[in-house]
Design a protein around this ligand. Structure first.
Ligand code: ATP
Length: 246
């Protein structure tokens, strides 16, 4: 579903990524791990289109998206969360999730708003239903009317997650999703990710979470893939143990 082929990125003399190649099959959860500076965030930036690689290709569903802007990749169903949470602070929790559904518009423009066309009303009901469903899944129902800016960081991260999954992305990128979460929120996050019908690529330092959540792992060190495999294979891999797990 996601194919990273021979991707290299350099910042001046620093090789952030060197000939990175791996695939994530449809519906799988793939974790990217590695020490600080290994190139994980740079890889995310390449996949979502924020950074053009020096060489190499990114394929989604068999199509080469390397030249597409982040906006066009979003339209193709790619969503991302960031290491530093980005929510709409002046919107409520429900408003944040609704914003992720509203962007496709309702058709009919202002006249449809004024007249309240049945088709428009049905769409609005469907959206309200989806917002309620996603808030429930993420454990945010009781906070639906709270302003996002007023929430502690863990809850804000769950709001960002809720927004990212609201319109059922094809590919979801999660950058350090457990950071700032307490134990219960981390358990909730794992349940949400496991319940998704979506291909997921995640960067994470919490090894317990990574090993328990991911179907497969890719290990980066100094911009190179040094191993890939199931969590059990990675745990036993002597190169990974030496470079990273200790
Ligand atoms: N904008 C930039 N300009 C120059 N060098 C950069 C830039 N962004 C990243 N780098 C360098 O590229 C390499 C990979 O960085 P990157 O942030 O992708 O690693 P990371 O694995 O995400 O690290 P961390 O776990 O600390 O977030 C590092 O050597 C970093 O210093």
């Amino acid at each position: 579903m996601l194919a990273i082929e021979d991707v290299s990125v350099a910042f001046g003399g620093v090789r952030a990524l060197s000939e990175v190649t791996f695939e994530v099959p449809e519906g799988q959860i793939c974790g990217v791990i590695g020490p600080n500076g290994a190139g994980k965030t740079t890889l995310f930036d390449v996949v979502c289109g924020l950074r053009r690689p020096l060489r190499g290709r990114v394929g989604v569903d068999g199509a080469d998206v390397t030249a597409l802007s982040p906006l066009l990749r979003a339209r193709a169903g790619l969503r991302r969360t960031f290491q530093r949470t980005q929510v709409f602070g002046r919107l409520t929790v429900a408003g944040n999730v609704l914003a992720a559904l509203d962007w496709r518009g309702g058709g009919g423009g202002l006249p449809a708003d004024l007249v309240g066309w049945p088709a428009r009303r049905r769409l609005e009901r469907e959206r309200a239903g989806r917002v309620a469903e996603v808030l429930e899944l993420c454990g945010l129902t009781e906070l639906r009317d709270a302003y996002a800016a007023s929430l502690p960081v863990g809850q804000r991260r769950l709001v960002e997650l809720a927004r990212a999954i609201a319109d059922r992305p094809r590919l979801l990128l999660l950058d350090e999703p457990t950071s700032g979460l307490d134990h219960d929120q981390t358990v909730r996050l794992r349940q949400v990710v496991a319940a998704l019908d979506t291909t997921v690529l995640l960067v994470e330092h919490d090894m317990g979470f990574v090993m328990g959540t991911c179907d497969r792992l890719v290990v980066l060190d100094l911009g190179k893939v040094i191993a890939r495999g199931t969590p059990a294979q990675i745990r036993e891999n002597p190169v990974v143990r030496a470079a990273y797990l200790g």
